[in-house]
Design a protein around this ligand. Structure first.
Ligand code: GLC
Length: 624
């Protein structure tokens, strides 16, 4: 082929590509096109050009985010010029398939592009442990288990996979990672934390690098969100959305560092927290948002409220013009309304027209939002890139999740080396969490609260154990332990919590095991065989009173869909290396209990045994 014919071929291909809407990175806009369409211009110049062309309606719309289930018709995106749509926890299209997600996303996007300036919308979703709203996606361990693994490189890989599976269905904005520092295990969101120290959350911010990729406009990249600013894990009594009654010195020492680290990694957005700080709601906190987050820490991305978070400023139901004004003037750039977006648009426009929200503030919010949309490449590629949809729930992705499960297991007790199990051992497995994908995945899985049962494809812990045993028939299962007897070499009780999310998981009372687990354990202990307990829970539980009856104890946390990772440790395919990311109470009366508080816990922060260390409280996998 001669050089000329090669050139002709290239020109023809380029023409076809451009007609199909592709643009060459760096290609100047066609003659007559506005500067903001010119990919060879700087993002800053494109933002300024677009801002000059925007009406107040355009600008107010960009600051408005609506829940997909509340959007009366895609035409509302055009009518109200909405800048963003979200899926709240479990808010999925029907059918809940990658194609239906992508079609939904692209339908909203076409409506957004039908506005006078054609500004693309940005779709947000909570992919907090994989693309957890999507049936069939790879579900990773929740953060508390990843804090036990404490593997920054693995966290980055988890971010990459999460972004790949999520963006293949449309959304380019993830409301993750949660960088909360959980200081009281009564809190229903303890499992969304990497642990009780700022150092753990800071170390795990590598997930942002994975989510946002080498650049935001790279294939499979999405905007990350550092949440929730600030102090959600430090409320009095561990009450979700409660009051964090601590000094500024403690707030800065314990809860601020992970956000500094996230900003250093160019996190694209920050979500404001529901809690108050010494009685003042964060959603209206001018000092903590404008002065500390934006000015002192230099955060240049955009700030989003939490779900109906501005409604809480005055303590009354619903939102008012005053709450809209207070929130936006405090530094919130985009409001997750998420239902009555027509009224929000009306109120914010009126506040801007009156000057009670200065146009400088409106323009600053829009600059922040539009900068991220340009950086994401949304103006050039607004629709779903479905090319990676085939990787969703793939063996390769699930193997990474399985590795994360292995590394997150914490061996807390191992009397007489009862673990690892011998592949030929006759094992009796019991417990409500042994054969239940929903229970081992926890909240934020398929639905907001999560649910027991076969809610999505995966491998239960029991299935993993049967695969690890030489002969699956050596592993007997009865949920309640009926049939256990001395003929078995060992009993394994897989027990703990059932799914919950946010405030529904708050435990102001008992932190102990539920009645079913207690009955099951009694039955196993009465049989006179060694008992191994695998605790599937979102946090430490009050188990000291029973620990003496158990020969071994493994904290499995909330492993997600790859339960075989737990079996890998139980059968010795992987020696446990996880260490406690939270101090383990000796009794619920100790709560809050944290490292260095002078109390005597059952297991200290950082505790974790392995199989080649001597059993007992001193043998620890992590040599601090
Ligand atoms: C929830 C959570 C927040 C989540 C948001 C959208 O209430 O507080 O973490 O990102 O709403 O689902």
């Amino acid at each position: 082929m001669t050089r000329r014919s090669r050139l002709r071929g290239f020109t023809a291909a380029l023409a076809v590509a451009l007609m199909a809407g592709a643009t060459l990175a760096g290609a100047p806009a066609a003659a007559g096109e506005p500067l903001y369409r010119d990919t060879s211009a700087t993002v800053a110049d494109r933002v300024e050009d677009l801002l000059e062309r925007m009406t107040l309606d355009d600008k107010v719309g960009q600051m408005t985010q609506a829940e997909r289930a509340a959007v009366r018709s895609p035409a509302d995106l055009t009518r109200y010029r909405l800048g963003s749509v979200l899926s709240g926890g479990g808010s999925s299209p029907t059918p809940n398939t990658p194609g239906a997600w992508a079609d939904m996303h692209d339908t909203y996007q076409r409506a957004a592009l039908a506005t006078p300036l054609g500004i693309p919308m940005l779709y947000g979703t909570d992919s907090v442990h994989g693309h957890n709203n999507l049936h069939g996606a790879t579900i990773f361990p929740h953060n508390i288990g990843l804090g036990a693994a404490a593997d920054p490189a693995l966290m980055k890989e988890i971010g990459e996979i999460t972004a790949r599976e999520t963006t293949a269905t449309g959304p380019r904005w993830n409301f993750a990672p949660c960088l909360c520092v959980a200081r009281n295990d009564r809190w229903g969101r303890t499992y969304e934390s990497f642990g009780e120290t700022p150092e753990l959350a800071s170390a795990m911010t590598t997930v942002i690098d994975g989510l946002q990729g080498p650049s935001l406009d790279a294939p499979g990249s999405m905007l990350a969100t550092a949440k929730h600013w600030i102090g959600d894990g430090g409320t009095t009594g561990g009450v979700d959305q409660g009051d964090t009654e601590i000094s500024e010195e403690e707030l800065r020492a314990v809860h601020l560092p992970p956000f500094r680290e996230a900003i250093a990694r160019d996190v694209g957005s920050v979500m404001i927290s529901y809690n108050s700080w010494n009685g003042v709601k964060l959603h209206g906190h001018d000092y903590l948002i404008n002065d500390v987050l934006k000015k002192e820490l230099g955060f240049e991305g955009f700030v989003v409220s939490d779900w109906a978070g501005i409604d809480q400023i005055d303590g009354e139901e619903g939102f008012t013009a005053e709450e809209v004004r207070i929130a936006v003037n405090a530094g919130i750039d985009m409001v997750m309304v998420p239902y009555d977006y027509p009224r929000f648009v009306e109120l914010l426009r009126a506040e801007a027209e009156s000057g009670r929200v200065p146009m400088e503030r409106i323009d600053d919010a829009n600059r922040r939002i539009l900068t991220k949309k340009f950086e994401l490449g949304l103006f050039e590629r607004p629709f779903t890139d479905r090319s990676q949809a085939g990787t969703i729930g793939s063996r390769e992705h699930r193997d990474v999740a399985r590795q994360a499960v292995r590394e997150s297991q914490v061996l807390l007790k191992n009397e007489g080396g009862v673990l690892p199990l011998d592949a030929s051992a006759r094992v009796f497995v019991a417990g409500k969490n042994a054969h239940d994908i929903g229970n081992q995945s926890g909240g934020w899985t398929i639905t907001w609260q999560g649910a027991s049962g076969a809610i999505t494809p995966g491998t239960t812990i029991l299935e993993g154990m049967r695969a690890a045993a030489g002969d699956p028939s050596r592993v007997t299962y009865d949920r309640r332990g009926r049939g256990i007897n001395r003929s078995y070499d060992v009993a394994v009780a897989v027990i703990g919590e059932t799914p919950y999310a946010e405030y529904t998981g708050d435990r102001p009372g008992s932190m102990g095991l539920d009645a079913e687990d207690r009955t099951t354990l009694d039955r196993l202990s009465a049989a006179g065989v060694p008992v191994v307990v695998v605790l599937v829970s979102g946090r430490p539980l009050d188990i000291a009173g029973r620990l003496g009856d158990w020969d071994a104890l493994v904290a499995a946390w909330l492993p997600g869909t790859e339960g075989d990772g737990v079996a890998d440790v139980l059968y010795g395919g992987h020696a446990p290396g996880g260490t406690l990311p939270v101090t383990w109470m000796r009794s619920a009366d100790q709560l809050p209990v944290n490292d260095g508080d002078g109390q005597d816990p059952l297991f200290p922060l950082g505790h974790g045994l392995t199989y080649d260390n001597p059993a007992g409280p001193t043998g620890s996998a992590r040599q601090d």
